[in-house]
Design a protein around this ligand. Structure first.
Ligand SMILES: Cc1cc2nc3c(=O)[nH]c(=O)nc-3n(C[C@H](O)[C@H](O)[C@H](O)COP(=O)(O)O)c2cc1C
Length: 347
């Protein structure tokens, strides 16, 4: 997530069962040319937990994407191309969702990237290299078109040959570039695309993953729920990606309906080791301590308390403020400790 999914946040969600963490979109051209961009856009851990990480790139030139990938790949598990960002500045530069109209260019970018990583000595053989320490992935995140036939043409072109496809996995955000995120995702499109392509390439869904108990579809990978009837069955869906709800509740994939205090505490501990600007820390805390996106609207802090939080003028004040609130709920012993899941089930 642009602005948000920096190292401290990625480490926090990883501790609560998220399998793979994406960086914010990084512009390949700037990353290749500017050491300032490299230092500010990408931080990885040299000591603490290093979550399995995918770097998401914004690119529209095959060589730029391949070069940026070559620079960053020693530190991450894979690179992903953003074909979903609907913001006007990105589309005006033929980045993000504008690439949904440039299927050959997207294919060329992933092909050149894969070739470059291969010639650098990385193992890009997809499933064959999944356990190799040199194994790296190349993937794409897309939106859908109003006319799904265009999305089918896009996926066919980008996937390439069935026996040796061009991408490791595909993330689908089933909204068009003009659909507001307040509209529900297009479940029919998701059902059609996962049924059509799910055996050819692992597919993840992005959009409306608000809580694990309120997903608008059924899947063999998810525990059955009481109100499952009437929801589409998606046997070939392989993973879930969350943005807004994970911001509000980093423990989402550990099946917490609302953000627990210990996630806030862990985030603050991570921030101390992998610092973030104060305003960004406040945004994160405001999201985590607010009412969230699930049906349970309990929040850790009231609106008034969140306003007080935003008024903390230093990091020390912010730490003291959060510490005080934690003590108010019974101190550290009063915080419910989570059994951190050892197995992976969702992304
Ligand atoms: C603050 C924020 C930043 C985002 N940044 C990115 C990004 O860098 N790359 C991307 O592909 N999508 C980005 N998205 C879109 C999300 O990945 C996701 O597709 C969309 O928000 C729908 O999922 P959700 O319902 O879980 O929020 C961002 C969304 C939000 C709310």
């Amino acid at each position: 997530m642009v602005r948000y999914s920096k190292l401290a946040f990625r480490q926090t969600v990883y501790a609560y069962g998220t399998d793979i963490c994406w960086t914010p979109m990084i512009l390949a051209k700037e990353f290749n040319r500017s050491s300032v961009a490299r230092h500010s856009d990408f931080t990885y851990s040299t000591s603490g937990p290093q979550p399995p990480t995918i770097v998401q790139l914004g690119a529209n030139v095959p060589r730029e994407m391949a070069r940026a990938s070559s620079l960053i790949i020693p530190h991450v598990g894979g690179v992903d191309l953003n074909c979903g960002c609907p913001q006007s500045w990105a589309c005006a530069e033929t980045l993000g969702a504008a690439l949904m109209e440039k299927r050959e260019l997207v294919r060329d970018m992933v092909l050149e990237t894969r070739q470059r990583l291969h010639s650098d000595g990385w193992a890009v053989g997809k499933e064959k290299d999944v356990d190799s320490p040199k194994g790296r992935s190349v993937s794409v995140k897309i939106r859908v078109h109003k006319d799904l036939r265009k999305t089918i043409d896009f996926i066919d072109t980008v996937l390439g040959h069935e026996q040796d496809r061009n991408i490791d996995f595909l993330t689908i955000h089933p909204r068009t570039r003009n659909t507001p995120s307040t509209n529900p995702i297009n479940l029919e499109a998701l059902e059609l695309l996962t049924n059509k392509y799910g055996d050819k390439v692992p597919i993840l869904v992005s959009g409306d993953v608000f809580t694990m108990s309120t997903l608008p579809y059924k899947s063999p990978y998810l525990s059955p729920r009481e109100n499952d009837e009437g929801r589409p069955y998606l046997p070939k869906l392989r993973g879930l990606m969350s943005a807004r709800s994970l911001l509000a509740n980093p423990a989402l994939f550990a099946e917490h309906e609302v953000c627990p205090w210990d996630a806030v505490e862990l985030f603050m501990n991570n921030v101390v080791r992998a610092p973030l600007p104060l305003k960004l820390v406040h945004h994160h805390l405001g999201e985590m301590c607010g009412p969230g996106y699930g049906p349970d609207k309990r929040s850790l802090l009231s609106k008034k308390e969140r306003a007080e939080l935003y008024n903390c003028s230093t990091m020390c004040d912010t730490i003291d403020f959060i510490e005080e609130k934690i003590m108010g709920v019974g101190g550290r012993d009063g915080i419910r400790r989570l059994p951190i899941p050892s197995t992976v089930r969702a992304i």
